[in-house]
Design a protein around this ligand. Structure first.
Ligand code: ADP
Ligand code: MG
Length: 475
């Protein structure tokens, strides 16, 4: 029996060997062992679930045809998956999945005695000796926990980060996904986690990489025909940190390779840390199977910091830079820049730079000027609805009046001004502006814009309207 099983499998192997690249054969087929053959069902043992997924995805039709060739049309394949014993499980874990009749497999099909050898099985993905290579972590030591100030807005994410640092791979926060808007500290926090882990566990391999760079590397590896090396490299990392995973959206090849790397690391108790500008539910063009993995661990949001935290962040920064600024100025900046810590820091840096270049004192006026620049630059596009609301209020009429068909002069003027500002402040087309402001056509909007231009030249009162409204809409 035993010999038949081995004979069948070795015939399969020699056929497979003739049909795929030698390197692929070595990587994916040599580590396989035939463990059982009964009733045309061949059970093969693979080293991990990742391995099984890879075979299913890339070689299933080859396996199928070769088995049918050897065992006839009723041939079936059962995978027996052995997990490396890295979870501290006492019991070896077995699982079987048939490659074709997925539904017909019964629990009793689970086979394979493989207790004793589970410790010796070599992980086929680790290139011998690679552990001796020093992998540069790409961590920035300036981003650490000491200077990542705590507040209500980041408490959960920060403490999850600390928990992960204490026990990488050993908490249920795996993966740990930190999400939140631009400039709220995602990159800082994940570096801090990496730095802390390196500090506590110097022997662990930590790698920080942006999703963008990861994608470039992957594309490069495909070009150079070294996709397997790319995968191998990532599979030996103990703590993998990937920043801005939203960048992977729509990139199915990179998502695919990341999926396999993720599975491998996760199964082996390695820690994965991710950041994204969106919650998993809001991510677009990311494959479902990957999204579902993102949700396995913990998703923690970084929200906009409250006023006190903003003040402390500024003070902390000034303290580290050895600069002194009066409290009322710090508070002014903190009050006016609310949603982006990078801008908050940017404003403070400009303030210090301006005052030292021009040998000026840091005054509240200077702070106002600088804050205005920051706030204006980052202003969101105003909406057509908002423009109609501001114009109607200014002329003390309802929005419905502004949109009505009436030809009364002051109403026509208000409507034309709304159209003019919609053209000026939004990217909407003339047609779209027309349809939103009283269902007019694009020619009417064009006419309105010309009229406003002309009138603001010739009519002083009208020019005042334009200036007032312009100011209201740009504050
Ligand atoms: P993101 O990656 O979310 O866009 P970053 O991590 O680049 O944001 O953070 C932007 C800036 O704000 C960085 O200079 C960072 O040091 C600072 N920052 C963010 N959160 C904090 C915090 N809680 N304490 C101190 N500095 C912070
Ligand atoms: Mg970032």
């Amino acid at each position: 029996m035993n010999s038949i099983k081995n004979e069948v499998w070795s015939k399969c192997l020699s056929f497979i060997k003739d049909n795929i690249q030698p390197q692929a054969f070595k990587t994916w087929f040599e580590p396989i062992e035939a463990v059982k053959l009964a009733n045309n069902v061949l059970s093969i043992q693979v080293p991990s679930k990742f391995f099984y997924e890879w075979l299913e995805e890339h070689y299933v039709s080859l396996l199928k045809s070769v088995l049918v060739q050897q065992l006839g049309p009723d041939a079936r394949l059962v995978y027996v998956i052995k997990m490396e014993n890295t979870f501290g499980n006492k019991q070896p874990f077995t699982e079987s999945i048939p490659s074709n009749h997925r539904d017909s497999i019964k629990p009793q099909d689970v086979s394979a005695p493989m207790t004793s050898r589970s410790h010796e099985l070599k992980n086929p993905f680790i290139i011998p000796g690679i552990r001796n290579l020093q992998i540069e972590s790409q961590l920035n030591p300036n981003y650490n926990f000491d200077n990542f100030l705590e507040g209500d807005a980041n408490r959960l994410a920060r403490s999850a980060g600390l928990a992960v640092s204490n026990k990488p791979g050993g908490t249920s926060f795996n993966p740990l996904l930190i999400f939140g808007g631009v400039g709220l500290g995602k990159t800082h926090l994940v570096h801090a986690i990496g730095v802390e882990i390196k500090d506590k566990y110097p022997e662990k391999t930590v790698l920080y990489i942006s999703a963008e760079k990861f994608t470039q590397q992957y594309i490069e590896s495909v070009k150079k025909n070294s996709r397997n090396d790319f995968i191998h490299f990532y599979q030996v990392i103990d703590i993998l940190i990937i920043d801005d995973v939203q960048f992977l959206s729509g990139k199915s090849g990179t998502q695919d390779v990341f999926f396999h790397i993720f599975n491998h690391l996760h199964q082996n108790g390695k820690q994965v840390i991710l950041t994204s500008d969106k919650a998993p539910v809001d991510m677009q063009d990311i494959e479902q199977r990957l999204l579902s993995r993102f949700k396995w661990g913990l998703s923690a949001e970084l929200q906009s910091p409250d006023f006190e935290t903003r003040v402390s962040i500024i003070k902390n920064k000034l303290f580290r830079d050895g600069v002194n600024i009066e409290d009322n100025i710090i508070e002014y900046v903190a009050k006016n820049i609310k949603t982006n810590i990078r801008e908050l820091e940017g404003a403070i840096i400009s303030l210090i730079a301006q005052s030292s270049f021009n040998k000026m004192e840091i005054t509240i006026q200077l702070a106002q000027e600088i804050v205005n620049k920051f706030v204006k630059n980052t202003k969101r596009e105003v909406s057509i609805d908002y423009i109609q609301k501001v114009v109607s209020e200014y002329f003390q009429m309802d929005v419905s009046t502004l949109q009505s068909k009436t030809r009364k002069r002051h109403i026509v003027q208000a409507r034309q001004l709304a159209m003019y500002f919609a053209k000026k402040f939004t990217k909407a087309s003339l047609a779209s502006i027309g349809s939103q402001i009283g269902k007019r056509d694009h020619a009417t909007v064009l006419h309105a814009c010309k009229t406003v231009d002309n009138l603001s030249f010739t009519d002083k009162q009208f020019r005042k309207y334009v200036e007032d409204l312009n100011q209201k809409l740009t504050i």
